[in-house]
Design a protein around this ligand. Structure first.
Ligand code: ADP
Length: 356
């Protein structure tokens, strides 16, 4: 299996590391997403893979073929790597028809005209634009231009497809459709794909695995179910799926991965510690809004709170409660009357992390 691997890849700009010691293996045919807030190093990682940027240290290889090795002064330029790339700005040639835009990578590779014609027809068919071959980019919608950019990136059958926020210029509804469409094409082609986004929904919906990044480092790498359901870091918990984070005191120690923590007002809660082993003292408690119950639950800790403002969100309510000086958000089918009350949280839904 041809695996793309990044080993100890760092890119420094002066004293600042845009990416810092990235280690990553991408399996053949995998859809891997780099997810994180703006400035966390996603595009720098992608540019290093594409050969559009030269890292400061490390090694990048496709199978046993080295694309970059800082120690050996190996650096293959983008054209020698031959990966398909789609950026947020589609960068189509405005003076060329759709057909000729898609033809360009094949012309550069000196493919004979008859073969070229067949490949272009296949690529346009795949992206659903066969009828638009003779139009110019200016005569297409944003979504259609995006499809042309994708056709151009896959027409020469690259081993790897690199996509940097390719859907971010589309409106919300089109974006949702494009996700499904893009994922279907990726599956049909079985092409190894690395996808950059800051949109957690997009990452969860499309990826085989997600790399959660922060400050140039990998925070967590796992399947969508793992990074959403079992975050190993409070950053994953809050960035993916809106967790409530509360500072707690963890003085009562750890049993297995279960633990007992104390809120600032002295109330006790049972949780679990999915990350590193906890030290005593200040810790962070993370709870998903939909995992907090306003009715008693077997095995759950009861916490006295003050119910506050609710917002109607169409298919559910979101309500705020305050406890020990912190505000938590709950999702509820029906809001609870304002004032004192209780919430219930199960230990498996109360993740406790070391407070950095
Ligand atoms: P992302 O794609 O996650 O938004 P980037 O990879 O673009 O993040 O950037 C990571 C960090 O590196 C940011 O802090 C950014 O300011 C910095 N950076 C990126 N490119 C340059 C550059 N050419 N010169 C200096 N700093 C840069």
């Amino acid at each position: 299996m041809t695996e793309l691997s990044l080993s100890q890849v760092t890119r420094r700009y002066g004293d600042v590391a845009a990416i810092d010691n990235i280690n990553l293996g991408v399996a053949e045919g995998e859809f891997l997403t780099l997810l994180g807030p703006s400035g966390c190093g996603k595009s720098t990682t992608l540019a290093a893979i594409a050969g559009l940027d030269r890292p400061t240290t490390g090694r990048i290889a496709l199978g046993d073929r080295e694309l970059f090795n800082a120690d050996e002064a190996i650096f293959l330029p983008p054209e020698a790597r031959g990966f398909g790339v789609v950026f947020q700005s589609y960068a189509l040639w405005p003076h060329l028809t759709v057909h000729n835009n898609v033809a360009m990578p094949l012309k550069l590779r000196r493919m004979p005209a008859d073969q070229r014609k067949k490949r272009i027809a296949e690529a346009l068919e795949l992206v659903g634009l066969s009828a638009f071959a003779s139009r110019y980019p200016g005569e297409l919608s944003g979504g259609q231009q995006q499809r042309v950019a994708l056709a151009r990136a896959i027409v020469f059958r690259p081993p790897i497809l690199l996509l940097d926020e390719p859907l971010s210029n589309l409106d919300a509804q089109l974006r949702q459709q494009a996700r499904v469409w893009l994922k279907d094409i990726q599956r049909e082609l079985g092409i190894t794909t690395i996808y950059v986004t800051h949109d957690q929904d997009e990452a969860l919906a499309m990826s085989d695995r997600i790399v959660v990044m922060r400050g140039g480092k990998i925070v967590q790498l796992g399947t969508p179910e793992q990074v959403y359901g079992a975050p190993l870091h409070p950053f994953s918990a809050s960035f993916i799926g809106n967790a409530n984070l509360v500072e707690v005191e963890g003085e009562q120690g750890v049993q297995g991965d279960g633990c007992i923590v104390k809120l600032a007002d002295g109330q006790i809660l049972r949780g679990h510690a999915p990350g590193d082993r906890l030290s005593s003292g200040q810790q962070l408690l993370s709870i998903r809004p939909h995992k907090i119950s306003s009715a008693p639950l077997a095995g759950a800790s009861e916490i006295k709170v003050e119910f506050g403002t609710e917002s109607y969100l169409g298919d559910h309510f979101e309500q705020q409660v305050t406890v020990a000086g912190s505000t938590l958000r709950l999702t509820l089918e029906t809001p609870v009357a304002h004032g004192p009350g209780s919430i219930w949280i199960k230990p498996e839904d109360a993740a406790v992390f070391s407070n950095e």
